[in-house]
Design a protein. Structure first.
Length: 303
């Protein structure tokens, strides 16, 4: 474990793919790119769409489940439902899978779902029904695909595009972002296990006291199933004063078959707490709904 004192600005990464409309003279071209796609762990409501629950598990005898879509925007919208397969990278971001890697098993061939496209008025909701059908002689393991809810362009969007006069040879570009939300759908078959450890903890104390300290950690998973849990960071003063929760992440997943995930967590120090001469206690626990079982723990001294 390490403690550093450096100036470290906060960074946030976001990836967006977009539909782009190109106009040249009187001709309208649609550049068929993609949309901004958000894993459910960071986006339960994006672009006026709320999806619940944020992940689906099929275990034991369970063969069906429901997902609810709610249009929280002020206009009617159409959503396309489909599956895609994505790989979780070590930093928690995702990438589309072009070629399956070792141990990557997919659930979408086993799952039927309906409807596949819905149009919702503002405030309206729709239930998507999922049915699991396991083939005979299915190999033991965890199978995962991501159910994607993609906003489709409005039929009137072209009519609403402003059309200024263009000189010959001029080109106007208009970018329109269409959102998508993905949630993992996991089917488990057989006796699966997983264990977790925490390592490589590094506390960074910025020289600028107006900035927040950050805590880096690596979550290490072994076994053949994904793990989801909450990270809770507690500051314990050496003076014996009251302990304070200074960091919290709910529903953090370390997905199978990938062995590690890294986390950089900004710590929030409560007013009046002297953040020195103490210890950080880090716990990774299963969700409160299933008992908050301790999955891994570690400690870092605060100078």
């Amino acid at each position: 474990m390490k403690v550093q004192k450096i100036q470290s600005p906060d960074k946030r990464l976001a990836e967006q793919n977009k539909y782009a409309c190109f106009r040249s003279g009187a001709v309208l071209f649609l550049f068929a790119a993609f949309m901004a796609s958000y894993p459910a762990s960071i986006a339960r409501a994006q672009g006026g769409l709320t999806v619940t629950p944020t992940r689906i598990f099929f275990e034991g005898r369970k063969r069906s489940d429901l997902v609810t879509l709610i249009n929280t925007s002020s206009v009617a919208a159409t959503y396309r439902v489909s599956f895609k397969n994505m790989r979780m990278l070590e930093n928690g971001s995702y990438e589309d899978i072009e070629e399956p890697g070792q141990g990557e098993l997919f659930a979408d061939p086993m799952i039927r779902y309906s409807p596949r496209q819905v149009t919702l008025e503002p405030g309206a909701s729709q239930i998507i029904r999922l049915l699991l059908r396991k083939p005979a002689n299915l190999a033991e393991g965890e199978y995962r695909s991501h159910l994607m809810f993609r906003t489709l362009p409005s039929e009137t969007s072209e009519e609403n595009i402003e059309k200024p006069a263009l000189e010959e040879g001029e080109l106007q570009i208009q970018i329109k972002t269409l959102f998508a939300i993905t949630i993992p759908v996991i089917a488990r078959h057989g006796e699966l296990t997983a264990t977790m450890t925490l390592s490589d903890l590094e506390l960074t104390l910025p020289e600028d006291t107006t900035k927040r300290p950050t805590l880096f950690m690596r979550l290490n998973r072994s076994g053949n199933k994904s793990v989801y849990g909450d990270i809770i960071v507690t500051f314990v003063p050496s003076s014996g004063e009251e302990q304070s929760v200074v960091g919290l992440i709910r529903g953090l997943g370390v997905l199978s078959p990938y062995p590690t995930r890294t986390v950089l967590l900004g710590l929030r120090i409560p007013d009046g707490v002297d953040f020195q001469n103490g210890q950080l206690q880090i716990a990774y626990r299963s969700s409160r709904e299933i008992g908050a079982e301790l999955l891994a723990e570690a400690e870092v001294n605060v100078p």
